[in-house]
Design a protein around this ligand. Structure first.
Ligand code: PEP
Ligand code: MG
Length: 311
């Protein structure tokens, strides 16, 4: 009798520690979906839409002009679908388009993009989306189509929101696109001090989750350009002021039953994991290669909290 080859006998999903805090994974390109799912992560905490559009080498406006709405919506549907399939029924949090103008300017159609002195403080994230609903609505159309197809594990995340006004406008556009905000899971990224300080007002508008984008939250809190080597040694996601904004936000969200998570790079760092689990974050999303270590770090911190509570 032949023995099963060892590769076959090995479970596809590695054995992971059971933790109260969920550990998810960040996916920047749909092609990484299978590898990401094999980590045993509890879902995708951030699926970036950028690659799906920018890899066509055209700005959204140029793509729409050349290929039409159906093709544009399809690029997004197919990009998300590959990941949503791989993870189903685990949730996949998809972020709407969030590229700064300097990235768009390198593409075909880029000559029509604004030439900004400081793109990181400029026309990006939800600001751009709200300003150009005629383009943004096609992203939302892709979500509507995914829901029609049965991908109820897809969640919608808005980047770079500042306040309740941004949330109200984004939610209205969801409704206009035939997506019921009360039925679907949607939320915001906490990337600016304004959004951290104003999370209560956003919670009142019905967001289901708030996810820390610590790459930007650190940049904007410390006024340290994340892409500037001259100040790279000052880019500190564990700065007490960044940690305080995070702690405060988690506390308010817990009061309002809003899920909290992190999808910035710092979620892969043990010291940040310790802080977040201490504060009672709902989930941590890490890079593919870091998921396993984060799972174990979460387990370690949860166990020590448990021990402290019975002492
Ligand atoms: C962040 O800002 O932490 C984040 C996850 O978004 P991005 O790195 O794409 O700006
Ligand atoms: Mg960001």
């Amino acid at each position: 009798e032949e023995r099963e080859p060892i590769e076959e006998a090995r479970p596809k999903t590695p054995v992971k520690p059971m933790t109260a805090t969920e550990v998810k994974v960040n996916v920047s390109i749909p092609e990484a979906a299978e590898r990401a799912a094999a980590t045993g992560a509890d879902g995708v905490g951030l699926l970036r839409m950028e690659h799906m559009i920018l890899s066509t080498n055209k700005t959204p406006a140029k793509y729409l002009e050349d290929h039409g709405v159906d093709a544009y919506v399809n690029e997004i549907v197919e990009g998300v679908r590959g990941v949503a399939d791989e993870f189903y029924p685990r949730p996949v949090r998809v972020r709407t388009l969030d590229a700064p103008t300097d990235e768009f300017r390198q593409l075909q159609g880029g000559e029509d993009e604004p030439d900004e002195h400081n793109p990181m403080l400029g026309y990006r994230g939800i600001r751009r989306s709200l300003d150009r609903p005629e383009v943004f609505k096609h992203e939302l159309e892709a979500f509507a189509r995914l829901y029609e197809m049965g991908y109820d594990n897809v969640e919608i995340m808005f980047p770079l929101v500042n306040d309740a006004e941004d949330v109200i406008r984004a939610r209205n556009l969801l409704e206009e696109s035939g997506i019921d905000p009360d039925k679907r899971t949607w939320g915001v990224m906490i990337e600016t001090p304004a959004s951290a300080l104003g999370v209560e007002q956003m919670a009142e508008q019905g967001i289901d989750f708030a996810s820390f984008g610590t790459n930007d939250l650190t940049q904007y809190t410390l006024a340290v350009d994340r892409n500037n080597g001259n100040v790279a040694d000052r880019f500190d996601e564990l700065h007490p002021s960044v940690l305080q904004l995070i702690s405060q936000t988690i506390a308010v969200c817990r009061e309002h039953d809003v899920d909290t998570s992190i999808c910035g790079q710092a979620g892969s760092k043990p010291k940040m994991v310790q802080h977040l689990v201490d504060e009672g974050i709902s989930s941590i999303s890490a890079n593919i290669d870091a998921v396993r270590d984060v799972q174990h770090e979460v387990k370690r911190v949860e166990q020590s909290l448990l021990l402290d509570s019975v002492r």
